[in-house]
Design a protein around this ligand. Sequence first.
Ligand SMILES: *[C@@H]1O[C@H](CO)[C@@H](O)[C@H](O)[C@H]1NC(C)=O
Ligand SMILES: *[C@@H]1O[C@H](CO)[C@@H](O)[C@H](O)[C@H]1NC(C)=O
Ligand SMILES: *[C@@H]1O[C@H](CO)[C@@H](O)[C@H](O)[C@H]1NC(C)=O
Length: 838
Amino acid sequence: MRYRAYPALAGLLSLAARTGADPTWPAATDEMEEIVYQLQGFKGRLFNDIITPCNNEAAGPGRVTASEWLRVGFHDMATHNRVFKTGGLDASLQFELTNGENTGPGHNTTLKFYSNYYSSQSSMSDLIAAGVYASVRSCGGPIIPLRLGRKDATSSGSTGVPQPQNSAETFRQQFDRMGFSTEEMIQVTACGHTLGGVHTEEFPEIVPPGTGTNGQKPLDITDAVFDNKVVTEYVSGTTQNPLVVGPAVALNRHSDFKVYNIDRNATMNGLTSAETFKNVCRTVLQKMIDTVPSGVTLTDPIAPYAVKPVDMQLTLNSGGSSFLLTGYIRVRTTNRASGDIKNVKMTWKDRNGGCASGSCSYTAAVQGAGTGFDDTFEFFPISTNIPTSSGISSFTVTVNLNDGTSESYDNNGNSYPLSDAVILQKPQSCLLQSSGSLTVSALVRNDITATPSLGISYLTPRGVVRNGNPVPILSSTSVAMTKGDCIGPYTFYSVSYTIAGGLSYAAKLSVTAGSNTDSFNKASDLAGSCATFSGTASCTTPGSGGGGGNDPDASSTVVAPSSTVEPEPSSTSSIVKVPSSSTDAEPSTTASSSSAAEPTATGPVRKQTVAGYTRLRCATEGSGVRALTGASFAYDTMTLESCASNCTGFIYFGTEYSRECFCGNSLASSSQEAPDSECNMLCAGDPTQYCGAGNRLELYWKPELATATSSAAQPTATLSRKETVGDYDFVGCQTEATEGGRALEGKFWADDGMTLEGCAEACEGWEYFGAEYGRECFCGNTLRGGSAPAPLNDCGMTCAGNQYQYCGAGNRLELYRLASASSGSSSKVKRGSRGRRL
Ligand SMILES: *[C@@H]1O[C@H](CO)[C@@H](O)[C@H](O)[C@H]1NC(C)=O
Ligand SMILES: *[C@@H]1O[C@H](CO)[C@@H](O)[C@H](O)[C@H]1NC(C)=O
Ligand SMILES: *[C@@H]1O[C@H](CO)[C@@H](O)[C@H](O)[C@H]1NC(C)=O
């Protein structure tokens, strides 16, 4: 099961922390801002997936992942030298996993998870700091101000992480070297030790085998809550902390006692108020993550934008006379009532600062909502055509409210810049993930004289020789682009390049010509094959009168990308496709530009009846089980009506998390009523209806069905396990590896059209394939350490591209194995065990 953030945690604290203005967009912190705040729901980055709820033991029983994230922050920082200004939070930990001071699997799994977010805009050390913020917040602790700009070490640093056997005086000296006073040493130890426990595997002398639970003894009774029990239990003498009492004492390894007792318990006695503990932890944990080597200047603490343009992109339409501008305006709705916003209007300036086309605005209604720990957001989709003759240079945003008022946002007086000088042209760019073979096409405006180059920032896994470092190497390269055809006021350029190492989908692409750039484009957004461009707009110079085509000699029909063919002279007419008129070739948009009627966005309503079902309540999931287990569906056109129809014959149906639908004839007894305000996500397919939220069901029922015959309760279509898919046989439902990483590590892709057949085809040549979480596909030749059979019921998610098939679940693989391979003896065991579970 995948966990989600609880927007209800939003409180006064966050209001106090968020009074500043937005940064001026775009900012160097934008990617991290998204990772840290845009957690779940629409466009969620899922950074908190394995630490929410706080007791999530994603890497295996006895391992509270949130505590491991917090520990990584401390271990990385603890080698800082305040005199020489070396070490500190610099991700050198990745090179120090085998030096004896950083034992246990937690550092490795944590760094491996962070590697999914590692990029030129998000250093590993900033991710470690963000992980401290996120783990503390997920566990109910304070909001630690998060500054950014850390730089990663390129090799191991000094040793010096405090170890249990050290003397009190050694601890004092070590913390002094880090820049922490005796009082701060006690505070940061207590704040760090409110989560998690000590593991037998790492410290068998302190927690002898069999004495803990799941190989672990907690440091306080609430090992998955950020509270001051670690203090109050110690002060009252009732603590079971294995670093204070128990076998550690005789061995002189009771390190927490040595630290807490060093000032005769004065500091610990000062932390017995919950409020004081929270405030002190905010201060010392911030100090911990802000301890950095010389040469690093940290930014001011970040905060989520009130209004943020997201993924803004120009794409030249076929024909060549207009661009399609796409993206989203993200509006922070934390302090707004639900449904407050009527729509969002963007108003742009053309290339010359005016509005030559006479129509320069676009109005959008909400498409989706997302959440962070303390925030909620709504996303307003932009999709509008802009003539290439006049282009675009910047825009402003107006948020129109349902009470008739509106708010204007102009990027701190600068307007939001959006240059049309250099454009990465996505349809004519492609990436074959299996080979890393990349082709990028770009458009450069004809008044730009510099030749563009493609910058590729990419990750390569380290060889096993590198002391087991799980963090890939971040490199960058720049390749010159080759000139292609001119079309209207633009010229095509393109280049091909192979990204070796298997992580090509994580690459980020920038096209730069002189001072103009279209940067940080995700390679994972590119299709597997490049589309052909067709267009007839004649070559012009911007400002010389637009794309008129009044000079027949300049007229051409182009095929791009041209890297595989020689640029054709403009007189050649190898016609690929000539649209009858340029407007015909333009994609139609769902909303209109403002010269036409604005879409009338109606505020969402809570429907009391849907297709004969009556609304029951907003309900929680069961504890550890789904509230409704009859059938489940997930798709992006979800409405209450479509879910009701999917659940025909069932007594209950409920929508959750905007795009999920569950049916059942009984409701788990642990499902509870929740306030309606918590069912606050709009349906993915109809923003005028509510579709639950994370762990919240918008629940409906048809009580008369309860008294009908039991055979009435059948879904309209049958969802069933597939015993064979192509050459593969079904093995069972399988967990991910517990040793960090994936059970199947050969190849990975994700797609909203995922089916079992599609996954099997993508994994051709591999022994296993597995579908997970509805839309993910993994291939591999072996099942990696710790992956184990799971109950079939765990694999309850349907495939994103076929609602009649199962595609695993969160952390659960719908596993298949080549029939030829499974005829061997080892597979007999697997098929046998599946048989038992069935
Ligand atoms: C500090 O508190 C601990 C735990 O309650 C206790 O064992 C110890 O004796 C105290 N130290 C002093 C100096 O009172
Ligand atoms: C970290 O985990 C990876 C597997 O995911 C393993 O190959 C590597 O050796 C581990 N590193 C250490 C130091 O244990
Ligand atoms: C569920 O409803 C959606 C939308 O109406 C539909 O496309 C889909 O086929 C339905 N699935 C089943 C199994 O009824």
